[in-house]
Write a protein that binds this ligand. Structure first.
Ligand SMILES: O=C(O)CCC(=O)C(=O)O
Length: 285
């Protein structure tokens, strides 16, 4: 990795909307993830179910969803060390005082493995275009193959995150092709106009893409309920926060009334309204 420090990378994301960190991941970790990507297969039944409710943009790649639950060892790659400092710098809410500032208070929206097929159209992943320095959603792509113009690399329009507009469709003369090598990481503000090229080489171009968001933004899956008891027990505090255990939506006021819970009160969410109620509650009647 280069000698740049987290604050330099944060500065680049704020200014240009993205940064590429060379050789950020140990090659053996990248190889292990690549082996996972190339050996994983959904069953036919699972694939049919996934195709029935596929979002438009997911049709342009091979996708393996929900990696965080398939590989519980992976989240620390995104939230510790320099990566973690960058995420905190871009996404921590400075007014979230019940979590100490050296921990994350942002959450994970999604984590998927994707390999490019067709040319993915320009889009933003913050869903809301707006101007200003306040970043709400960040994507971090760990490249597991070399990512090239031939095999469908990312296209980005530098500084477009500050335009406050949805991404125009069609070719964009201001776009750059973000070529990268196995083990590099690209981090971008999800307001940036981005797309991919078509994979004309028809070779694998796997990237592990983590999407992280401020604590009040909806997660792609209900991680606090979906995570097994066994996985929950193995998580460190920073992982529990990022999976949403401090900021999930409670079932009712007897579960909690705080939107931002502190680390002293991390617990699994309830699945049963009744178990939360005092026995004489009017909600029973
Ligand atoms: O695979 C890429 O380079 C970009 C993927 C992308 O745009 C996305 O997942 O939203």
């Amino acid at each position: 990795m280069s000698s740049m420090i987290a604050s330099d990378y944060i500065e680049q994301v704020r200014k240009n909307g993205y940064v590429l960190i060379k050789r950020a991941i140990d090659p053996s970790i990248a190889q292990n993830l690549l082996d996972f990507a190339t050996s994983f297969e959904y069953s036919d039944v699972e694939r049919d179910a996934l195709l029935k409710n596929q979002q438009r943009l997911n049709g342009y790649g091979n996708n393996i969803f929900n990696i965080a639950l398939k590989r519980p060892d992976i989240l620390p790659l995104f939230i510790r060390d320099v990566q973690g400092e960058i995420m905190k710098g871009l996404l921590n809410d400075r007014y979230y005082s019940s979590i100490p500032a050296d921990l994350p208070n942002y959450i994970m929206r999604a984590m998927l493995l994707r390999s490019s097929l067709g040319a993915m159209p320009y889009h933003i992943d913050s869903f809301i275009p707006y101007q200003g320095d306040h970043t709400s959603v960040v994507q971090s792509a760990i490249f597991l193959n070399n990512s090239t113009i031939e095999n469908g690399c990312t296209l980005l329009v530098p500084r477009s995150h500050l335009k406050g507009e949805y991404a125009p469709q069609g070719d964009n003369p201001d776009a750059i092709a973000l070529e990268a090598e196995m083990g590099d990481i690209a981090i971008w503000d999800s307001r940036i106009w981005h797309a991919t090229l078509e994979n004309t080489a028809k070779t694998d171009r796997w990237a592990l893409i983590g999407t992280f968001a401020r604590w009040y933004i909806k997660q792609a899956f209900d991680y606090p309920r979906a995570i097994s008891d066994q996985m929950y027990e193995s998580l460190a505090v920073d992982e529990k926060i990022v999976y949403g255990y401090c900021s999930y939506t409670p079932l009712n006021e007897f579960e909690k009334t705080e939107l931002k819970t502190g680390i002293d009160n991390i617990k699994r969410p309830s699945n049963s309204v009744k178990s939360l109620l005092p026995p004489d509650s009017f909600l029973f009647s």
